[in-house]
Write a protein that binds this ligand. Structure first.
Ligand code: 5AD
Length: 353
């Protein structure tokens, strides 16, 4: 007989009290989860969110401004060796026009996301950032353009970028190397995140849930890393296979585990910003509402020009024409209100520092 092995529910209470668990405890909690336990965890996660953010849900306008990418991540539909990807790049003027539309719709954060596109050097990005800041000084600019040098991050920050999203994808170096080409390493990715922090960005990291070869131990390591980094935002979503990648036949991650991880993140870092991601909305029609009910408090509707949305295909069936579209913010509002929350027009800076 083994004594002293804590029940999962005790681990949840320990997590709420200490805001952390040991690696073995994370593994035990993740591996032994049950539907009842999850429901209870979600109720605690909602309580935590309400303590700091009330029932406010922040919106970010996502501008996917280029799908050219120098990298060859095995899971990603816009990897460089996918010849079927229809490539596009918005001009700075087109990006500005997305911002104008977004501002009128009530967005006060613009997320400029793209592949690692060699065209968008600092010389092109910095003036664009300055221009957006000049026109919309009350808005936050979030960049999500992958790995760059310390000096480049610094320059873009000085140009006016406030936040940076760069998922660590998976903390474990061995696991990382099974998802990425040899040119990319877990260590380099993590160094970027520490650089971004030290420069003063509000930093968002995150990982895919149910990526190929992922184990509860990897997820435990992700939680420990996130605790240490203490970012302002954490974006997670299920891995979803893309038919033109080496992972075409790999199983996708589940709604169930993604919601469980979201709620654990909310208990670990109660003040962090947690988006209910597009991937979550793609694997389940109610994915984003369920994410909010598990502790998320951000949604990122798509502000890209309609004609390019279908080409920013990171995974199969990515939603882009329904209520996740920025122009449908009014029906998004209704959906959020139906679960007792409300969309707010505010920059929505993180309380986690
Ligand atoms: N399934 C789910 N998420 C993916 N991403 C890339 N490809 C996929 C996929 N097939 C995520 C990565 C990346 C973010 C922009 O999108 O985590 O950091």
């Amino acid at each position: 007989m083994e004594y002293n092995r804590p029940e999962p529910i005790q681990l949840i209470h320990k997590l709420r009290a200490d805001r952390s668990l040991t690696k073995d405890e994370w593994i035990a909690l993740i591996a032994n989860r049950t539907p009842d336990l999850a429901e209870y965890l979600f109720s605690l996660a909602r309580e935590e969110r309400e303590l700091y953010y009330g029932r406010d849900i922040y919106i970010r306008g996502l501008i996917e401004f280029t799908n050219y990418c120098r990298n060859d991540c095995l899971y990603c539909g816009i990897r460089k060796s996918n010849p079927h990807a229809v490539r596009y790049r918005l001009t700075p003027d087109a990006v500005l026009s997305c911002c104008r539309t977004g501002y009128e719709l009530g967005f006060r954060t613009f997320v400029l996301q793209g592949g690692e596109d060699g065209y968008y050097t600092d010389d092109k990005l910095a003036p664009l950032i300055r221009h957006i800041k000049e026109l919309y000084p009350d808005c936050a600019i979030t960049l999500s353009v992958g790995e760059r040098s310390y000096d480049s991050y610094r320059l873009l920050f000085d140009a006016g970028a406030d936040r940076y999203l760069l998922r660590h994808e998976t903390y474990n170096a061995g696991h990382y190397s099974r998802l990425h080409p040899p040119s990319l390493t877990a260590a380099a990715r993590q160094k970027c995140l520490w650089d971004l922090r030290s420069i003063g960005y509000q930093v968002g990291t995150g990982f895919m849930v149910g990526s190929p070869y992922q184990t509860p131990e990897h997820l435990a390591e992700d939680m420990l890393f996130i605790k240490e980094l203490n970012p302002q935002m954490v974006g997670i979503g299920p891995f979803i296979s893309h038919r033109r990648t080496p992972f075409a036949d790999k199983e996708s991650g589940t709604l169930e585990l993604t919601l469980f991880m979201l709620a654990l993140l909310r208990l670990m870092l109660p003040k962090v910003l947690l988006p209910a991601t597009t991937a979550l909305g793609t694997i389940d029609p109610c994915g984003r509402e369920l994410g909010i009910l598990a502790g998320a408090n951000v949604v990122m509707p798509n502000l890209s020009p309609t004609e390019v949305r279908k080409d920013y295909l990171l995974y199969d069936n990515k939603i882009c024409t329904g209520d996740e579209a920025a122009e449908c913010v009014s029906s998004l509002k209704e959906r959020i209100e139906s679960i007792g929350c409300r969309i707010v027009t505010a920059r929505g800076d993180s309380l986690n520092y």
